[in-house]
Design a protein around this ligand. Structure first.
Ligand code: NAD
Length: 352
């Protein structure tokens, strides 16, 4: 099976590519290589004959048509996106361009390819859109998101992902493109760009810098280890039913403050000689994110019942593995720092 993965040089995309290659799939990775991409994430697969890389923007229609014509994929796993909520608050247009326009360009290219493809390819083809639980908006203290929850996105990021979900759905209904959508909770693990909460906490703690917690830290997220997400995605693209949506989550609801304190405890253990212990003393409460969703929780029963997927890594184990990975792989994040990313605060724009 040959899969066209978009955004395969990013955090989740690279986990999907590494796992897919290990499982014997062929991968064509299409990535624009934005600030969030990192070819170091793909060292394990570069040189493997089953892996090909195309440096291209999904908004470039001729380039996307060429990719389909040249590589003749059996499926698309579409992960390419602008993905950081804080950046979407500062510069929403880039999110509309990559996430909405880019998705429709890719849908058009997939449709054109499929209309000229053999019956065998048409039978097995899937267009899998990888989306977020943030499209459902915010929960209060009770309940969880199911596949039937109404869309109520609150940030420019989640609005752009909601829009792209809708376009994918529309291509399925209107043009008969065999689509499947998955909406997942917050991911964490190795190779996550150090602007997201967990790597920010780890790297600031290592350096003895203040650890920022937005607002009071009461916001609740359902964390999923990235390799568990990659496993779920590869299952959905192969076995998911056409036209269906699957929620993916870790059943690990945790407040940001509890999560940060847990990470600090792991760092205290693993860095027993550090002068910055106890790392929790570095926690600093900072101005909240505008429009910060209070709580997300995913009901992933459908994925478990229909495709037999359950997460394999507990939050405690995954966080420990993640901290250990960042401690052991300073070469990876130091290279990002050397390229000029200093971990500055983003996303405080409030004016209309
Ligand atoms: P990421 O920011 O780490 O990676 C995104 C990748 O997409 C990068 O390699 C980037 O270069 C590429 N890209 C961006 N714009 C592009 C364009 N126009 N053309 C080609 N490539 C482009 O993101 P991530 O955290 O790995 O998320 C991947 C996908 O999963 C996104 O669609 C995101 O919405 C979704 N998702 C993420 C999470 C999460 O917790 N990170 C949770 C649920 C869903």
């Amino acid at each position: 099976m040959k899969v066209l993965v978009t955004g395969g040089a990013g955090f989740i995309g690279s986990a999907v590519v590494r796992r897919a290659i290990a499982e014997g799939l062929s991968i064509v990775n299409v990535d624009k290589l934005t600030y969030a991409a990192n070819l170091d994430n793909l060292r394990a697969v570069v040189g493997n004959p089953a892996y090909a890389f195309v440096h291209a923007d999904i908004c470039d229609a001729p380039a996307m048509r060429r990719v389909f014509a040249e590589h003749q994929p059996d499926a698309v796993m579409h992960l390419a996106a602008e993905s950081h909520v804080d950046r979407s608050i500062d510069a929403p247009a880039a999110f509309v361009e990559a996430n909405v326009v880019g998705t429709t360009v890719l849908l058009e290219a997939a449709s054109a390819y499929l209309s000229a493809a053999s019956e065998a390819v048409r039978q097995r083809f899937r267009f899998h859109h990888i989306s977020t639980d943030e499209v459902f908006g915010s929960l209060s203290t009770e309940g969880s998101f199911s596949e039937d929850s109404p869309y109520k996105p609150n940030s420019p990021y989640s609005a752009s992902k909601a829009a792209s979900d809708m376009f994918v759905r529309a291509w399925g209904e209107t043009y008969g493109l065999p689509i499947v959508i998955s909406n997942c909770s917050n991911n964490y693990g190795p190779y996550q760009f150090p602007e997201k909460l967990i790597p920010v906490v780890i790297l600031n703690a290592i350096a003895g810098k203040p650890i920022p917690v937005y607002g009071t830290g009461a916001n609740v997220r359902d964390w999923l280890y990235v390799d568990d997400h990659a496993e779920a995605l590869l299952l959905i693209v192969r076995e998911g039913d056409i036209g269906e949506t699957y929620n993916v989550g870790g059943h690990t609801e945790t407040s940001n403050l509890t999560l940060v304190r847990t990470l600090c405890g792991i760092l205290d253990d693993l860095l027993s000689e550090s002068q910055h212990r106890p790392h929790a003393d570095l926690i600093q409460f900072v101005t909240d994110r505008p429009g910060h969703d209070l709580r997300y929780a995913i009901d992933a029963t459908k994925l478990q019942r229909n495709l037999g997927w359950v997460p394999s890594v507990t939050l405690a184990e995954g966080l420990r593995r993640t901290v250990a990975w960042y401690l052991d792989n300073a070469w990876w994040w130091q290279a990002i720092r050397d390229r000029g990313f200093a971990g500055e605060r983003l996303g405080l724009r409030r004016s209309a």
